[in-house]
Design a protein around this ligand. Sequence first.
Ligand code: SF4
Ligand code: SF4
Length: 165
Amino acid sequence: MTDDWLLRAEAICLACGGHCCNDAHPPISAHGYERLLSEGVAPEIFETAGYRRLRTRPDGTCICQVGGKCTIHAVKPETCRAGPFTFDVKGDTIEIFLKFESICPVVRLLKEVPAAYDQQYSLAKKSITHLVAHLTDDELAAICSIDEPETGKVAEIPRIRLAGS
Ligand code: SF4
Ligand code: SF4
C-alpha cells in the first residue's frame, strides 16, 4: 500500500517542477561513477570541478533532467536521494541540514507528517553516509566549500571512514 504522504509529496514535487535539480551538480564519488557507468550512463554527463559531478546545461537544468523528470531516477546520486536534506562535514562529524520551506515546498509536508520526515531522514542519513565514506578529503573539502543558504541544521551523525581512507 502506498502511503498517502508519498502521493502528496509526489504531487508537490510535480507542481514545483524539480527546482532542486537546477544547478544541483550532484557529487559523484569514484565508486558512484563506476556504478553509474555500469548502469549504462554516458561518461559525457560528468565533469570535474574540484570533485566529479553531473553537468548542468547552460540554462541551469541538470543534464539528467528531461521534461521536468530525472532520467536516471532509479540510480540517481546520493545527494538527490537525500533531498531536501543536505550535509556538511566537520572532522569526524557529518552535519545534516534541512532546506527551508521557502526553497523546497515539500519540507512543509515533512514537518506535518512525522512518518514522512522519519522515512526521508533515514534515507538521507544512509545516502549521505555512503557518499561521504566514498569521497576523498579533497573532494569533500571542495563540496563543503559551497555555501548552502536557506538551510537549518537538524542533526549530527558520525562520519564512517572506509578502511585505508
Ligand atoms: S524536493 Fe523540494 S525543491 Fe525538489 S522538486 Fe520537490 S518540492 Fe521542489
Ligand atoms: S540526477 Fe536527477 S534528481 Fe539529481 S539533480 Fe539530476 S535530474 Fe535531479
